[in-house]
Design a protein around this ligand. Structure first.
Ligand code: ZN
Length: 321
């Protein structure tokens, strides 16, 4: 096997190692996002129920599965603002739409500006937005290229994995990680470290795919949010709470996001596989190219979120109860 796809089998329960009773195989899948080599298995721990990719690329080899065109790196670049040229109607409608439409993808608790750390800050657009609202921000980013783009905005960014990040000079009031906890090789170790860096009563806000949703059971290895092999853990509302508690955090709330960003690309993978290349590719590109379709589909997304069935969740936790 190619050196870059060297894989490692991780044995034992992550959450109750002393009670470990082994794993059940859930499914086998491939890298559908970039079509890179390797077959990977998702297993479910018989003791705690946490699902993980196993075997998986070793930490020093996983960069192979994050090519430079990896979506989040390009999608979070801050562009110079274009001169405003929107119609009167659009300008009048904007506050109405933003009052009605809340996707909950980056839902934050109502707290005053302070020190924020973004884990997996990619090219820095979220840090930039928070800095404009008065936050002192810094980031950690695994991709050197994306980290450099974020650092060029003037923010302190550690280029590398969480494991090698040095302790900060002062404690954080808020740590956020958007679609990043599923990428960690050791989420419990990582989240413990983040808790030590947070002031008592400080907040942790994470968004992760929800493998407890029906769409995972329907689409299985073609579920868009599975993203093998870069997603190493596949959380449900129950197991993300367990992971947080094991790491010393107190889970506060789970928001089911009001977006359908998994549903259409998952259907796209199924269609592509059956020979409908063009319509498949269109659906796979939906999350990035949807534009105002996210608004059009909002009522349906809202309805599914009430049932906990949108396949993505934003989780609030605190350091201390
Ligand atoms: Zn376990």
């Amino acid at each position: 096997m190619h050196e870059y796809v060297r894989r490692r089998i991780a044995r034992g329960c992550r959450l109750s190692p002393r009670l470990c009773r082994g794993d059940n195989v859930v499914l086998e899948g491939k890298d559908l996002l970039h079509d890179l080599p390797g077959t990977f298995t998702v297993v479910k721990c018989r003791t705690c129920g946490l699902m993980r990719t196993n075997p998986r690329p070793a930490p020093e080899a996983i960069g192979f599965y994050y090519p430079d065109d990896y979506g989040p790196y390009a999608g979070t670049r801050v562009r110079p603002e274009a001169p405003g040229r929107s119609s009167v109607i659009k300008r009048l409608l904007r506050p109405v739409v933003s009052a009605l439409v809340d996707y909950k993808t980056t839902a934050l608790p109502p707290i005053p500006a302070g020190n924020m750390l973004e884990l997996g800050c990619a090219s820095g657009s979220f840090m930039h937005r928070m800095a404009q609202q008065g936050w002192r921000v810094e980031g950690i980013e695994f991709s050197r290229k994306a980290a450099m783009a974020a650092a060029q905005l003037g923010y302190h960014v550690h280029a590398g994995p969480l494991e090698t990040a040095p302790a900060p000079g002062q404690l954080f009031d808020l740590v956020v990680g958007w679609m990043v906890a599923e990428h960690l090789h050791d989420p419990v170790g990582g989240l413990k470290k983040l808790r030590e860096w947070t002031r008592p009563g400080g907040w942790l806000v994470l968004s992760v795919p929800n493998a407890g949703a029906l769409e995972f059971k329907i689409f299985k290895e073609k579920w868009y949010a599975l993203q093998l092999p870069t997603h190493l853990y596949h959380y449900t509302p129950r197991t993300i709470r367990l992971v947080l508690q094991t790491s010393g955090w107190s889970p506060v709330k789970i928001h089911h996001q009001r977006v359908l960003s998994n549903l259409f690309p998952s259907a796209g993978y199924v269609l592509r596989d059956r020979g409908y290349e063009r319509v498949g590719a269109k659906l796979i590109g939906f999350p990035e190219n949807a534009g105002r379709w996210h608004q059009v589909l909002y009522p349906l997304a809202w309805f599914l979120s009430q049932l906990g069935q949108t396949g993505r969740m934003t989780v609030w936790a605190r350091n201390g109860s």
